[in-house]
Write a protein that binds this ligand. Structure first.
Ligand SMILES: NC(=O)C1=CN([C@@H]2O[C@H](COP(=O)(O)OP(=O)(O)OC[C@H]3O[C@@H](n4cnc5c(N)ncnc54)[C@H](OP(=O)(O)O)[C@@H]3O)[C@@H](O)[C@H]2O)C=CC1
Ligand SMILES: CC(=O)C(=O)O
Ligand SMILES: [Mg+2]
Length: 763
């Protein structure tokens, strides 16, 4: 990989180093799933109690899936001989990639991973070592092992072990590339049996892609393969492995340029930059270019498009449309395989993945997905030939299809009896993964650089967040603060942004718009006793006022404030200038918590001390609308010390009444109450009190009876909830995307709120 030179490349390198170095170092850790708090727990978890499950498993090995984590544990195994497109960098250097795969398995599909980097190159010894891990693992994901050894290693392992073995670089890539090919051909109106396919690379990924594409209808006589020595032709000097020999052509062509002429499809599974613009120009009309080398593709999309505006182009990267990357497949094929106890991955299971992925790109999108991806073009077309990795529907479609295919091909040892219930369980999982910021970030990028003003523009957290917002393309920051102070702090924090170049600055001491701002404030507040002199003084004193006025006058699209000072003080300024949106009965706040096992939203955390029932119902309604913007169906619980009338105190009656009013305002949203906190999170607890509850599963929006209770609940959960990510406070009811944060806000929270307000500004 070439040394980074551009600002963006340097920024990415620095951010990646920092990301990996930040404690806890690396990207993954092991967490116990059972309490181990006292002597009794110890005697259950370990000796003597542990002996019982041990002996049970000895008598019936299938019980390992019940008594241990094996059924949800995949080994990501490499020897580091073909790490991404970086080549043979060795097992230790490959560890960050394997940890990364582990994260993706966990985050996208809830699968635990041991990343296993083996210092062994001998294929037979590797097979012995990996096969010996069978008692540990529920599945084996081979990763970044080079061809041709990878083919025999995988085949021998499949013969030896009774768990799924899947070489991701071969089959994951083949599945995604095939789905992209099918959809691309549909768009350009070409028949698969007729197209000329040129492939750069003849390694693990390329050969598996070819095998699958031939099965799907590409004619072997139309396939031309090029490796590091040039075109693979029959009788080439030096001989070749059987995997290459299968695709050797009887041809006089010798170079990639030779075979590209008139080609309909280019598939790159080789290395950076081998496809030139001249080669692209020589391809047939409407060429399809799948340039999959990572991290640098065979050609950058902008160059391919410049050469041939009629082409469809895909890469393995996340920063361009059409990301053809095996991340779209491996988490979900293993999810389906593990859940039905598959002993292997069959061809039918792979074909089911191809079908589902291809279909998903053409499927209608639900309202929730549309809202989560606002601003993005999700219509099937040249820039959307396959789903994005952020599509929450991937797991819901692929995992059941894989399990069904496993059953049909007779390899499922624990067939799924009720697919409706299985899919419902996967749905629940999707909403527990805490990944709901993903679509918000994607939508913020698509929103095209909304201008987000920060009232505390001199605060280091804001500066770091602004740098991230610039690097990620989430927003165009406007820092309100003194330029000299900001510049000094940017330098001290080692940030790269420059005032005027990357980021705008509004100087409260001498901005040319000062007159315009104080006059606007005077216009708004003149009848509330604010004289011109008082207006000038107020604008000079308050950066939040400047920010609110800049949104009011169209100089900014959104405002974040509140990192310093009292919440109420900031809210007063916002109320004066921005006001309430039509129909809103008042302001309120919502905080989100993405905990390791669930996502919760809590209201009202900062504004209304003791809201009455009508206000509570409206707060719940505004909060539910906000939850929907994350792509989640809100499930509202009206919390109390009382469970369905178990108390007749006023506060219990108030929550009950709020629930009734809410059902009138928002009849389509699931809700129930009044209920205690444990009932909100457990259907079982609820049903112990009431059989006809109007809420299913776990509530995700908790409406609290008072400011104290909401705020305390949020802060306790924030502190005890592990590595939970928090969002908010999100201001509800305001007439513009304006949010008052709190002095405890972290850089990450500021970044989250930047993305959220950019998305809101777009609407
Ligand atoms: N987007 C995605 O999801 C995925 C992308 N990939 C990417 O595909 C690439 C290959 O990975 P993988 O198959 O696992 O690795 P392998 O090491 O198994 O194969 C690499 C292949 O690339 C060929 N090659 C190297 N240089 C050139 C060149 N200048 N011109 C033509 N061919 C060349 C090699 O040729 P030779 O046989 O002569 O050595 C070999 O056939 C990597 O960049 C990887 O990142 C892989 C998996 C998934
Ligand atoms: C994506 C992947 O697995 C690779 O590039 O190797
Ligand atoms: Mg790989």
């Amino acid at each position: 990989m070439k040394e980074p030179t551009t600002q963006a490349e340097l920024a990415l390198r620095d951010a990646a180093r920092e990301y990996h170095r930040t404690p806890g170092r690396g990207k993954i850790s092991v967490t116990p799933t059972k309490p181990l708090l006292n002597q009794r727990d110890l005697s259950l978890a370990y000796s003597p109690g542990v002996a019982y499950p041990c002996l049970d498993i000895q008598a019936d090995p299938s019980l390992a899936a019940e008594y241990t984590s094996r059924g949800n544990l995949v080994g990501v195994v490499t020897n580091g001989t073909a790490v991404l497109g970086l080549g043979d960098i060795g097992p230790l250097a490959g560890k960050p990639v394997m940890e990364g795969k582990g994260c993706l398995f966990k985050k996208f599909a809830g699968i635990d991973v041991f990343d296993i980097e083996l210092a062994e190159r001998d294929p037979d010894k590797l097979v012995d070592i990996i096969a010996a891990l069978e008692p540990t693992l529920g599945g084996i994901n081979l990763e970044d092992i080079k061809a041709p050894e990878c083919f025999t290693i995988e085949r021998k392992l499949r013969e030896r072990v009774n768990i799924p073995v899947f070489h991701d670089d071969q089959h994951g890539t083949a599945i995604i590339a095939s789905a992209a090919l099918l959809n691309g051909l549909e768009l350009v109106g070409k028949a698969i049996a007729e197209v000329k396919l040129v492939v750069s690379g003849a390694g693990a990924a390329a050969i598996a892609c070819l095998d699958l594409m031939v099965r799907l209808g590409v004619s072997p006589r139309n396939i031309f393969v090029v490796d590091s020595k040039g075109v693979i032709y029959q009788g080439r000097a030096g001989g070749m492995d059987e995997s290459k020999a299968r695709y050797a052509q009887d041809t006089a062509a010798r170079t990639l340029a030779d075979v590209c002429r008139g080609a309909d499809v280019f598939l790159g599974c080789s290395t950076a930059g081998v496809l030139t613009q001249d080669m692209v120009r020589s391809m047939a009309n409407k060429p399809i270019i799948l340039a999959l080398a990572n991290p640098e593709p065979e050609i950058r999309p902008e160059l391919a498009r410049e050469a041939r505006p009629d082409c469809i182009v895909a890469t393995g990267r996340s920063d361009y449309p059409n990301q053809v990357n095996n991340v779209l497949c491996f988490p979900y094929i293993f999810r389906g395989a593990l859940d039905c106890g598959a002993t292997r991955i069959t061809e039918e299971m792979k074909l089911a993945c191809v079908r589902e992925i291809a279909e998903l790109a053409k499927a209608d999108i639900s309202e929730e997905v549309a809202s989560a991806y606002a601003g993005q073009e999700l219509a099937f077309g040249p820039d959307y030939i396959i789903p994005t990795p952020f599509d929450l529907r991937l797991i819901l479609r692929i995992a059941p299809a894989v399990a069904r295919a496993a059953q049909a091909s007779g390899v499922a040892t624990r067939p799924i009896a009720d697919y409706e219930a299985y899919t419902a369980q996967l749905t629940r999982f999707v909403y527990q993964t805490g990944m709901i910021m993903r679509p918000v970030f994607t939508a913020a990028k698509a929103a095209g650089g909304q201008r987000v003003a920060y009232a505390e523009g001199e605060d280091e957290r804001v500066l770091r967040a602004a740098q991230l917002a610039i690097d990620e393309g989430l927003a165009r920051p406007i820092l309100i603060g003194r330029p000299a102070v900001i510049e000094a702090r940017i330098a001290k924090a080692g940030l790269r942004m420059r005032l005027g170049r990357d980021v705008e600055c509004t100087n409260p001491d001498s901005d040319t718009r000062f007159r315009q701002y104080w006059e606007a404030y005077h216009r708004l507040m003149g009848r509330d006793g604010v004289t011109p002199e008082a207006a000038k003084a107020a604008v000079r004193r308050s950066n939040t006022l400047i920010g609110a006025l800049s949104v009011h006058l169209g100089d900014a699209d959104a405002l974040l404030c509140g990192l310093v000072g009292r919440f109420d003080h900031h809210l007063e300024r916002i109320a004066e200038v921005i006001g309430l949106r039509e129909g809103a009965p008042g302001f309120a706040t919502l905080n989100g918590l993405m905990l390791p096992d669930r996502t919760l939203f809590i209201a009202d955390t900062y504004v209304n001390e003791m809201p009455d029932a009508p206000l509570l119902a409206h707060i719940a309604h505004m909060a539910a609308e906000q939850v929907q913007r994350f792509g989640l169906p809100p499930k509202v619980a009206f919390l109390s010390h009382s469970n369905y009338g178990s108390s007749t105190r006023g506060s219990a009656r108030r929550m009950r009444e709020a629930r009734d009013l809410f059902r009138q305002i928002a009849p389509g949203i699931e809700c129930d109450g009044e209920m205690q906190g444990d009932a909100a999170l457990s259907e079982g607890v609820r049903r112990a009190s009431l059989l006809d509850c109007t809420l299913s599963g776990e509530a995700n929006l908790l409406i609290c009876p008072s400011l104290d209770s909401a705020n305390i609940l949020f802060n306790v959960l924030k502190t005890t909830g592990g590595q939970g990510v928090t969002i908010g406070p999100m201001l509800l009811g305001a007439n513009a995307p304006v949010h008052v944060l709190t002095p405890s806000a972290t850089v990450r929270r500021v970044v989250n709120m930047t993305a959220l307000s950019a998305v809101q500004a777009r609407r």
